[in-house]
Design a protein around this ligand. Structure first.
Ligand code: ATP
Length: 232
């Protein structure tokens, strides 16, 4: 579904990701693990058109979407849920979800049902202002907003960031359920252990470069990965 080849991108003249090649097939949950500053968020920004790629190509459903505007990339079906729970705090949960919808009324109702099935907690809080939600609920809302755009592939950037351990597991489990409902997921995570538990395949990003890849279960069992990312 998405095929990224030789992608280099960064800020100013300094590339933060170099020659990145990854593939994501339809229906897969692929995770990108890597430590702080490895370039994970930069990769997602480059894929979603928020920063320019200086070389390489991004193909989505066969079409070249490299350096298209973020708006056109969302329209193509590739939706980015950025790090940091971006919700409109003064608007209600329902309003936050509705303004994120991309299609007409009927599809909007369908999407809303999907989001509320995944996150029943949001259903109990539809009239509450988003700013008054807990951190975990805001993260669920942020993911819900991405789903309202009806993505074929949704990219989740560190959905577990700053959450209590129990919620971390819940949020990552939701990534698996989104995949089970037929969407394709690219998950960026610092919590490698849990990410490898929910993912089908994984790539390791180190200092801007892909250094390892494979089936998630295999990587979780690899000694070097265990030592570097899973606490030995
Ligand atoms: P984290 O998990 O800590 O967010 P990450 O793997 O997502 O890490 P990035 O945020 O992609 O890493 O950062 C990769 C590199 O790019 C880092 O050296 C970072 O300092 C740099 N960088 C990130 N954002 C910017 C920016 N807006 N301007 C300049 N440099 C940036």
């Amino acid at each position: 579904m998405m095929s990224v080849e030789g992608l280099t991108a960064g800020y100013g003249r300094v590339p933060a990701i170099v020659d990145v090649t990854i593939d994501v097939a339809a229906g897969e949950l692929v995770t990108i693990i890597g430590s702080n500053g490895a370039g994970k968020s930069t990769l997602l920004r480059a894929l979603s058109g928020l920063i320019r790629c200086s070389s390489g190509t991004v193909r989505f459903d066969g079409a070249d979407i490299t350096n298209l505007s973020p708006h056109r990339i969302v329209k193509a079906g590739l939706v980015h849920c950025p790090e940091g729970r971006h919700v409109f705090p003064m608007l209600t949960v329902r309003e936050n979800l509705r303004i994120a919808a991309r299609h007409g009324r009927s599809r909007e109702t369908e999407r809303l049902e999907e989001v509320l099935t995944l996150f029943p907690r949001l259903g109990e809080r539809l009239s509450q202002s988003a700013g008054s939600l807990s951190g975990g609920e805001q993260q669920m809302l942020a993911i819900g907003r991405s789903l309202m755009a009806d993505p074929r592939l949704v990219m989740l950037d560190e959905p577990s960031l700053g959450l209590a351990p129990l919620l971390v597991a819940q949020v990552l489990e939701v990534a698996g359920r989104i995949r089970d409902r037929g969407r394709t997921v690219l998950l960026v995570e610092q919590n490698a252990e849990l990410a490898l538990q929910v993912a089908d395949r994984a790539y390791v990003l180190e200092r801007g470069r892909i250094t390892n890849s494979g089936a998630a279960g295999e990587l979780a069992g690899s000694r070097s990965i265990r030592e570097a990312y899973l606490g030995g």
